[in-house]
Design a protein around this ligand. Structure first.
Ligand SMILES: Cc1ncc(COP(=O)(O)O)c(C=O)c1O
Length: 393
């Protein structure tokens, strides 16, 4: 007799997630097949984790190779795959040093501790963030996540947090002058908050203000990183570099891995014993992360930028055709959103009926985070189905 997985989940697992009624049997490339043998086009890739799709053959090979060498070893030993990944990340971004964590929220926690150390030595305190930002759900990260629905009334640590309106450099400078914060932290493209792209002018202006006021410029690239926006990291659209870069999601090639990269000249603020974890960096996740970066740099990143532009153009076309249903199109690369003006609550279900998996965020924003291996034919399938859904309304 077939197991009733949904009933078992309801019986044994706390209901913190709203799930789709799909029990996954197998993933392959851009597709997921469920227990009923329905195959779906996956357009959110495990919330931006599966950068190279499901079960990429080269990652499976790497998984086997590294598992045959060693799996977990702990931080008592030098970890070759992690050193190689750190080298690769630094070479592709800016000179500095990495602390590895296991998840996005843990990366934010590491950044908070790091900022605290910097603040203590420089007589500054607190972190400035955008209104409606998302930086994770553990208690420290939650203090920086400015979404009421997520923050609720959970207890959070006591360090000061100052909010300001994104893109407003004047307001930012006022906050810097008034509060002498230790750091500014923001997402270069809003992830959960609604896919708005932060302008290069703002990023460069914020860099200048941070230099002027001795504030650390920290960028949360947990969702925008690993090629998501068409560059390896979204700050690379600008002419400046951050002091602290937060990363996670796809960086472990599908396995949990995250961390912070700190600019070389600031790397001395963390010393032995200041932070740590049992698991990270997993040698296997590190090996997969390194392989993922190689594959991205060998051509997938450039291809994904092209397909991302195509997807955005097609979404804009639909928007022009159906302005009463589709509002603004937002995002960059393969991190795209469409504001849905009508029937947003049933859209996800309608796509499932068409064998397509999409994600909604911030109530009425259709969020697309497909694997970077997506091709134009997948975009065409999605756009045709979207148009059919609209016509059926
Ligand atoms: C920008 C950003 N920061 C932090 C996080 C938290 O990451 P995690 O869910 O791995 O804890 C996320 C997750 O979606 C994110 O998008």
């Amino acid at each position: 007799m077939k197991k009733d997985w949904i009933t078992l989940d309801q019986k044994y697992v706390l209901p913190t997630y709203g799930r789709m009624s799909i029990v996954v049997k197998k993933g392959e490339g851009m597709y997921i097949t469920d227990e009923e043998d329905h195959t779906y086009l996956d357009l959110f890739s495990g919330l931006a984790v599966n950068v190279l799709g499901h079960c990429h053959p080269l990652l499976l090979e790497e998984l086997k190779n590294q598992s045959n060498q060693f799996g977990h070893i702990s931080n008592f030993f030098y970890n070759k795959p992690a050193i190689e990944l750190a080298e690769k990340l630094v070479e592709a971004t800016f000179p500095g040093k990495i602390y590895f964590a296991n998840s996005g929220a843990e990366s934010t926690e590491a950044a908070i501790k790091y900022i605290h150390k910097y603040g203590q030595e420089n007589n500054r305190q607190g972190i400035v963030v955008f209104k409606n930002s998302f930086h994770g759900r553990t208690l420290g990260a939650l203090k920086l996540t400015r979404m009421e629905k997520v923050q609720q009334d959970f207890p959070t640590p006591g360090f000061p947090v100052h909010e300001f309106e994104k893109e407003d450099l004047q307001q930012l400078e006022e906050v810097f002058k008034k509060h002498q914060p230790a750091a500014l932290l923001f997402e270069p493209v809003f992830g959960s908050g609604g896919l708005q792209v932060i302008s290069v002018e703002f990023i460069e202006g914020a860099r200048a203000l941070c230099d002027q006021y001795n504030v650390l410029l920290c960028m949360d690239e947990i969702q925008t990183g690993m090629g998501r926006t068409g560059e390896l990291f979204a700050y690379q659209y600008s002419n400046v570099t951050p002091d602290v870069l937060l990363f996670a999601k796809g960086v472990g090639g599908g396995l949990p891995l995250g961390g912070i990269l700190v600019a070389e000249k600031l790397a001395h603020y963390f010393k032995e014993g200041d932070h740590g974890t049992t698991f990270a960096p997993s040698p296997i996740a590190s090996a997969l992360g390194k392989k993922t970066m190689e594959i991205l740099q060998e051509g997938i990143l450039a291809q994904s930028k092209e397909v991302g532009n195509y997807l955005k153009t097609e979404l804009e076309r639909l928007k022009d055709q159906y302005p009463e249903i589709i509002g603004e199109i937002r995002g960059k690369g393969l991190m795209l959103g469409a504001v849905i003006l009508k029937n947003h609550e049933i859209l996800k279900g309608k796509f499932i009926e068409k064998n397509i998996l999409v994600n909604m965020t911030n109530v009425n924003i259709l969020r697309l985070l497909p694997s970077l291996i997506i091709e134009k034919q997948h975009v065409d399938t999605f756009i045709e189905s979207f148009e059919e859904i609209i016509k059926e309304w």
